[in-house]
Design a protein around this ligand. Structure first.
Ligand code: DAT
Ligand code: MG
Length: 138
């Protein structure tokens, strides 16, 4: 299998709670390699492209607002089957039900409807990874 690359974003909650290092530590401990990293204040334009698939859903507006609430850390991460691997390290979208041992299960917080405060984004497929890496690292 060729080495894959994926986009990881430490969301504003992760940066604000000083969890960037812990998240990167887990990614590196798993054996994945950091290829590039950037601290970004995301604007609406990049987020609209990033989350285009969710436009019109009830959580879309709060999600886009939340993602602009502070800086995020975007990372290009490489490794064998890293796309699936990061999704596995991250855990389920909802921090309440994300398994203990995952990033979201161990650190994510459920704020009622604001389920989106789940610390990490990871691309969900090779197509998403290519598109998202082009968007965040041009
Ligand atoms: P994931 O981030 O696990 O790939 P997703 O792509 O379905 O999940 O959704 C993107 C983000 O949107 C997710 O991290 C948190 C938020 N979100 C998804 N479903 C939600 C819901 N039902 N209520 C509130 N926020 C939600
Ligand atoms: Mg997703």
């Amino acid at each position: 299998t060729p080495i894959e690359e994926t986009l990881v974003i430490v969301k504003p909650d992760g940066v604000a709670r000083n969890l960037t290092g812990e998240i990167l530590r887990r990614i590196e401990a798993k054996g994945y390699s950091l290829v590039d990293i950037r601290l970004v204040q995301a604007d609406r334009e990049i987020l609209a492209k990033h989350y285009a698939e969710h436009e019109g859903k009830p959580f879309y507006e709060p999600l886009v607002e939340f993602m602009q609430s502070g800086p995020v850390v975007a990372m290009r991460v490489a490794g064998n089957r890293v796309i699936e691997g990061i999704r596995s390290l991250s855990g389920a979208t909802d921090p309440t039900t994300a398994a203990p041992g995952t990033i979201r299960g161990d650190f994510g917080r459920d704020w009622g409807l604001r389920v989106q405060q789940n610390l990490i984004h990871g691309s969900d497929s090779p197509e998403s990874a290519e598109r998202e890496l082009d968007l965040w690292f041009t």
